[in-house]
Design a protein around this ligand. Structure first.
Ligand code: NAP
Length: 247
């Protein structure tokens, strides 16, 4: 399906799931703004993959957890491009540790990036979408937000919070023809999970009915569906992309 003429911002689009989402949206005719915070080389690689395939993309560096930086960057994007039609809140980090030893900084960093960052970006993006009376917001949450996980109270809380954010925004923005949905990946092979010890990966696989970790493209497919016309009557929902590990 073609979304030619639409502009999308993918936070954390430089690597992993965000990169796959950027590439997928570009194949649908979308002009993609690739956000990153620390890794310009990876973001440039994503941009090159897109332009080599005939798509169009720009880079946009900012920290989603810094309200002033993020708002200014998104304002600038809207001014330059004319509109922001699609937002994928994908930027995320982990700072794992058992609760008894978890530092407040680790709690704050994960909540600020994953949850507050999504709120900040969505608030800034929604202005343009409301004006155009068309918009798509997709929040990348996680199976951990539904099932919980020892060693990830910060991450699980942030991702569970994104579910509340998704449903509340869906209700607030529906009258302006803006849909807001979430995609909750299970274990996907990216930099975030690559360093898990082999035996932990085997343990995880044993809990997955489809018996393998997912790929970033598996998640990108669900995002592509949620931004396209086929999902126009779907809002406030979550697509679980997890090989069946949580039903
Ligand atoms: P990843 O490979 O570690 O990539 C993280 C991306 O987020 C990078 O592009 C990074 O930018 C960006 N980022 C981090 N902090 C940022 C900030 N403050 N501002 C702007 N960008 C920031 O992660 P991933 O595995 O692809 O995960 C992507 C999303 O999916 C995350 O929200 C994650 O929680 C979620 N998820 C992942 C899995 C999984 O198994 N991998 C499962 C469930 C959910 P730089 O390149 O500049 O550092």
């Amino acid at each position: 399906m073609s979304l030619t003429g639409k502009n999308a911002l993918v936070t954390g689009g430089s690597r992993g799931i965000g990169r796959a989402v950027c590439i997928r949206l570009a194949t649908m005719g979308v002009h993609v703004f690739i956000n990153y915070v620390s890794n310009p080389k990876a973001a440039q690689e994503t941009q090159k993959i897109i332009t080599d395939a005939g798509g169009s993309a720009d880079l946009l560096a900012f920290n989603v957890a810094d309200a002033v930086q993020a708002q200014n960057a998104i304002k600038g994007l809207i001014k330059e491009a004319g509109s922001l039609d699609i937002l994928v809140n994908n930027a995320g980090i982990t700072r794992d540790g058992l609760m008894a030893r978890m530092k407040e900084d680790d709690w704050d960093a994960v909540l600020d990036t994953n949850l507050k960052g999504s709120f900040i970006c969505a608030k800034a993006a929604a202005r343009s979408m409301m004006k155009k009376r068309w918009g798509r917001i997709v929040n990348i949450s996680s199976v951990i937000g539904f099932a919980g996980n020892a060693g990830q109270v910060n991450y699980a809380s942030a991702k569970a919070g994104m579910q509340g954010l998704t449903k509340s925004m869906a209700r607030e923005f529906a009258s302006r023809n803006i849909t807001v949905n979430a995609v909750a990946p299970g274990y996907i092979l990216t930099d975030m999970t690559r360093d898990l010890p082999e035996e932990i990966q085997e343990k995880i696989k044993a809990e997955i009915p489809l018996a393998s970790l997912g790929s970033p493209d598996d998640v990108a497919g669900a995002v592509a569906y949620l931004v396209g016309d086929d999902s126009a009557y779907i809002t406030g929902q979550t697509i679980h992309v997890n090989g069946g590990m949580y039903m």
